[in-house]
Ligand binder design. Sequence first.
Ligand SMILES: [Zn+2]
Ligand SMILES: [Zn+2]
Length: 277
Amino acid sequence: MNFSGDFHVHTPFCQHGTEDKMEDYINQAIERGLTYLTFTEHAPLPNGFSDPAPGKDSSMPADAVETYLQEARRLKKKYRDKLVIQVGFEVDFIEGFEKETRMLLEKWGPLIDDAILSVHMLRSPEGRFFCLDYSAREFSSIVSVFGSVDAVYATYYRTLRQAIETDLGLFKPKRLGHITLVEKFRQAFPPSRKFDREISEILELVAGKGMELDINTAGLYKEHCQSIYPSESFIRKAAELAIPLVPGSDSHQANHIARGFQRLPELPYRLPGGVKR
Ligand SMILES: [Zn+2]
Ligand SMILES: [Zn+2]
C-alpha cells in the first residue's frame, strides 16, 4: 500500500462500543504508523424507526451528532501534522425507511467527509424488524421468525441490493459496508447452500454504480465467522471488477485500529473518494 489508513472506525458516541475516546483511536493509529483515519460512527436511526436490537443501542442518539462532529473538527486540527482525520457515518439502509434516511443524509451530509452504507436491520415477512448482528441468540430467534437460515440470507442479500439500487439523494454514502455481515454467525447457523451467486451479483451492482467496498476485518475476530467481510475470493473478484477496495477494522475499541490488516490479500487498496491527499 502506498498509504495506510483505517476507514471504518467507531467512537464512544454509539451505545454498544467501548468508552474509548476518539483521541485514543487517533493515538493508536499514529502508533501503528497510519496516515489516515476515518471515523464512521453509526448515524442516528431514521425518524419513526424504533431500534429493534434488544439493547436498543444500535446507533448514536440524534442529539449527540453536533458534539461528535465538533470533537472530530477539534481533533483534525490538533493532529493535522500527524494524521489525516475524516469524519462521517455508517448509515443504515432500512427497507421502508428510504425517505427518512434520505432526509437524514440531507441534514448531515453537507457536514461530513465520508460515509458507509450498511444493512444491519432486516424486515421479516410480517413487517417486524430485527438487528441481524446483535448476538447469536438473537440470530437464532431471527431464524425462527424467517423460517430458515437460508431465508435470512436471502432477505439480507435482497435488502443489500435495494441499498445499492435505491436513490438516497446527493449524499448517499459511496461505500457499501461489510457485504457479508449475514455470515457473522455462520458456523453456528450455517445456510444449506452457498450464496456465491448473490454475492457476485452484489459486486456487479456495486461496480455498475461506481460504489466502493468496505473490506472489513472485524469478521476475522467473530467467534462464529473468522473471515474477512467478504472472503478473499470475493475481494479478488471485486478487484477484477475495478471496485475501489477500502480497508476498515470496524473498531469499537481503540486498540483494534487496523486489526487484521496484515491478513488482507495483497491487492491495491484505495483511499475513499471523499478523502483529499
Ligand atoms: Zn457498531
Ligand atoms: Zn456495521
